[in-house]
Ligand binder design. Structure first.
Ligand code: ADP
Length: 477
């Protein structure tokens, strides 16, 4: 694994060094260019001064040339048309015939072509660079000291300039090196500030992976790393919540299984009991045999109902319940349920009727008709079960603007407020014995709740003990 610190360091040093090297090189190049330009300008001015001086001091040209050269710190050379050196401020007059011809010097060639010429050369004799500036002498200046001169050349040693440039270069190098060192320190600090929290995040993540879900990352910064830490923390929180949810579901599942076994045991036990009694001789006893067979049958029926409801609820809860939504007249629901239960109601001396409030029987509602009929059946079945003889049960559809409210109202025993929430739970009954006697499974309202919720609605209950109950839900028009 390559560490972030190493990566940063390589990056910083490479880029930093390149950038500094480039700027340093550019600075010294520009500086040199500027200095030479400035010197050439100066030599040009000196040349102009010399021309004027030679013009004014026709008879003392040589003496002036010597004085000016000494004072200005440069060398003056006069060169004839054939390249012969006519005068040089640093060579005695009598040695001049031995000096080689100057017509091949680059600055002289340039001056011959363009009027002026410049050149920088290294002199092995003096071991320093010289800047040469040659000017072609115009005919009107060829008098007195300049009579035979074709070129006037000024020459300046660059030793001083060079040392200044070197000094500046050195300063640039020192400054660059310092910046580089600072950059390295910055890169180390920066990479450390990045890698440290990352290392601790990785450490915590490993611990979490090993099952320590209580572990959290301590978030210090509010930058991207802080975001990562926060994301990991909230992921763990989510994980914890999911696990808690799973545990809860597992508990509900095992409770359900316990409930189911318990519910099944009673009818099976009873059925077994009656059958055994019959087999043990009661079958031949005309006083009880029919009654026992009927009781056995009733328990078999009860088992059947229980299994039907169990299958239904497990289908709904596992998400296997396929809904098919469409529009249908509300009367389809009301009429079928009233018709189906009329015989039961009559048998118990109950009045059962449908009612339409502020809407036509043909009013259409949106939903799964079969499922809604099942929900309504469960509600009316309960109303009949829990309403004593002489009572009234109304199945009502009433207008609610954008919805149609469906009510199942009875004048029965009612439900105390503390049970209102719980009666929608599976197997929850207010009075177990009564429910069993009436053939209830304890699953009816749980099924109702699921079906109504699948329609985006909710079952409302208002009830008063001894007076009756009103179950109600809304359907979209
Ligand atoms: P059950 O098969 O026991 O009726 P439900 O889930 O249908 O199961 O109802 C749960 C419990 O709610 C019932 O046992 C009963 O105590 C109560 N309950 C339901 N409907 C009514 C009602 N119309 N009047 C009084 N109590 C009711």
């Amino acid at each position: 694994m390559r560490h972030i610190r190493t990566k940063f360091l390589i990056l910083f040093v490479t880029f930093g060094f390149s950038a500094l090297f480039l700027t340093g090189w550019l600075i010294s190049y520009e500086m040199e260019k500027f200095f030479y330009g400035w010197l050439i300008k100066n030599l040009e001015k000196q040349t102009a001064v010399l021309f004027t001086t030679f013009e004014l001091e026709k008879d003392h040209g040589r003496a002036f040339a010597e004085t000016i050269a000494r004072a200005g710190g440069f060398r003056i050379t006069l060169i004839g048309k054939d390249g012969r050196v006519l005068y040089d401020s640093e060579i005695p007059q009598d040695e001049l015939p031995y000096v080689e011809k100057h017509d091949t010097r680059p600055e002289i060639i340039d001056a011959a072509k363009h009027g002026t010429g410049t050149n920088i050369r290294y002199s092995t004799t003096v071991k320093t660079e010289y800047l040469y500036f040659a000017t072609k002498v115009s005919p009107e200046h060829r008098k007195g000291f300049l009579t035979n001169a074709e070129y006037l050349r000024l020459c300046l040693p660059l030793a001083d300039v060079k040392s200044v440039i070197h000094g500046i270069r050195l300063e640039v190098v020192i400054a660059s090196a310092s910046v580089l060192v600072l950059m390295i320190i910055a890169s180390v600090l920066l990479s450390r500030s990045i890698s440290r929290p990352l290392v601790s995040i990785a450490q915590v993540a490993r611990e979490i992976q090993q099952g320590n879900l209580e572990r959290r990352i301590f978030v210090q910064s509010n930058d991207e790393i802080g975001e990562v830490a926060k994301a990991v923390n909230s992921m763990v929180e989510q994980l914890n919540a999911d696990i808690a949810q799973l545990k809860k579901l597992e508990k509900i599942r095992s409770e359900f299984l316990g409930n189911v076994s318990h519910e099944l045991r009673t009818p099976i036990f009873m059925l077994q009991g009656y059958l055994e009694t019959l087999l043990d001789g009661a079958l031949n006893d005309p006083l009880v045999n029919r009654e026992f067979v009927e009781k056995a049958h009733a328990n078999a029926m009860r088992l059947n109902t229980l299994l039907r409801d169990l299958i239904e609820i497990s289908r709904i809860e596992s998400g296997d319940m396929k809904m098919s939504f469409r529009y249908f007249p509300i009367s389809d629901l009301l009429e079928s349920v009233v018709e189906e239960f009329q015989p039961h109601a009559e048998a118990k001396a109950l009045v059962l009727r449908g009612e339409y409030v502020n809407l036509e029987k043909t009013q259409r509602v949106y939903g799964d008709k079969e499922r809604l009929l099942q929900a309504l059946t469960n509600l009316v079945d309960n109303a009949i079960k829990y309403t004593p003889s002489g009572g009234t049960i109304i199945v009502r559809a009433r207008d609610g603007g954008e919805v149609v409210h469906v009510d199942v109202q009875d004048s029965g025993i009612g439900i105390a407020p503390e049970h209102h929430d719980r009666i929608f739970e599976r197997f929850y009954r207010v009075d177990k014995e009564r429910s069993r006697e009436a053939g209830g499974t304890g699953l009816g309202l749980a099924i109702v709740k699921h079906i109504i919720e699948a329609h985006g609605s909710k079952v409302n209950l208002t009830s008063e003990v001894g007076k009756g109950s009103l179950f109600s839900f809304a359907l979209k028009k």
